[in-house]
Ligand binder design. Structure first.
Ligand SMILES: NC(=O)c1ccc[n+]([C@@H]2O[C@H](COP(=O)([O-])OP(=O)(O)OC[C@H]3O[C@@H](n4cnc5c(N)ncnc54)[C@H](O)[C@@H]3O)[C@@H](O)[C@H]2O)c1
Length: 325
């Protein structure tokens, strides 16, 4: 297959682009290289372009010139806090890029799309969440993902677009140390930072209705997430539509268990410190992944220990690189 990957120089995009290239697919990456880096994908052609505004014509030419069969769209802004501070810019970037891409795909007759959505579309839903759960995002980031999904569905009703929107749960780890996420603002890197500063990792609330009282989340290894894209690309239904699929493990891990795993991997003698609950944190958010398994046969292979160990190895790799430069 000949695949155009937007955001292919980023964290999940680089893992996926490398997997596609390794199995013999032709890969063309389009990325503005603001957070991404071409070093992550040696040997894969990269076109440097911000696709959020006025890019449809150039994207159409690239699709024609490179005889593209399918698009995987990762390029987006992904920081929830920043989206609250700059909502219009988040819509411009995250929805604008999808609109430009769809205009180009329709004109170039490229009919297959896999889109990076997010479990953020579920908002404060709690428990084991199926794709049927109502989507009520509680921040502009999640809202941009939902609007983009709706735009894709509308196009699939208007021209023969065969799409899938993948709602990732908590992505972590690294397939190889140099592909780790250097931008992440979630539990694992925040705990690493605390430990590096000789401060206790923080747990917000231990009085939730869960087994150990702390929040429960679904952590999925980035290599599994990358693999899921290949699996979906291979089985996109022949009918037009937008298949919404959860990408997680279906297994919940408590914040307490995660922090303990992090303390163990980092050989830290610190212990966790419990603080008050934060507003808006649902007790448990775990993805039901039956639909993805039934459609593609895919399921996650890596454990929480694999995620933490590989994230730690990646952090050490970047620290060593910074120290030697
Ligand atoms: N990492 C996660 O935990 C997570 C969870 C749910 C959903 N997602 C979604 O997955 C996708 C990939 O996330 P990631 O973690 O790899 O992020 P990332 O920031 O590492 O990668 C995004 C890439 O897209 C590029 N980019 C951003 N905006 C662009 C634009 N307008 N034009 C061209 N290139 C642009 C960046 O330079 C970067 O290389 C995003 O859509 C994100 O919202 C990520």
């Amino acid at each position: 297959m000949r695949v155009l990957v937007t955001g292919g120089a980023g964290y999940i995009g680089a893992h996926t682009s490398r997997l596609l290239a390794a199995r013999g697919d032709y890969v063309l990456v389009v990325d503005d290289l603001v957070t991404g880096s071409a070093d992550r994908i040696p040997g894969i052609p990269v076109v440097t372009l911000n696709i959020a505004n006025g890019s449809a014509e150039q994207l159409e030419s690239l699709m024609r010139e490179h005889r593209i069969d399918a698009v995987i769209h990762f390029a987006a802004q992904k920081q929830v806090g920043e989206s609250v501070a700059k909502p219009a810019w988040y819509y411009e970037q995250n929805v604008g890029s999808v609109a430009q891409l769809l205009l180009a795909m329709e004109r170039a007759s490229v009919h297959k799309l896999v889109f990076s959505s997010s479990a953020a579309v579920y908002g404060e839903a709690s428990g084991i969440i199926t794709e049927e759960a109502s989507a009520n995002p509680i921040n502009p980031y999640g809202a941009t993902k939902l609007v983009a999904e709706q735009l894709i569905s509308a196009c699939a009703r208007s021209w023969p677009l065969r799409a899938a929107s993948l709602r990732y749960f908590n992505v972590g780890g690294a397939g190889v140390p140099e592909l780790g996420d250097t931008q992440a603002l979630n539990l694992i890197p925040i705990c690493f930072e605390q430990i590096a500063a000789h401060k206790s990792p923080l747990i917000f609330g231990d009085d939730y209705d869960t087994a150990d009282g702390t929040c429960v989340r679904d952590y999925v290894h980035v290599s599994d997430v990358a693999d899921a894209h290949l699996a979906v690309l291979d089985v996109l239904p022949s009918e037009p539509g937008n298949e919404v699929l959860n990408i997680g493990t279906g297994i919940g891990t408590s914040v307490r268990d995660m922090v303990d795993a992090i303390l163990e991997v980092t050989a830290s003698e610190l212990s966790a410190e419990v603080r008050e609950r934060r507003a808006g944190d649902p007790a448990a958010v775990v993805g039901a992944v039956d639909r993805m398994r039934e459609l593609t046969g895919w399921s996650a292979r890596y454990s929480v220990a694999d995620i933490v160990e590989s994230a730690w190895a990646s952090r050490q790799y970047f620290e060593a690189r910074a120290a030697s430069s």
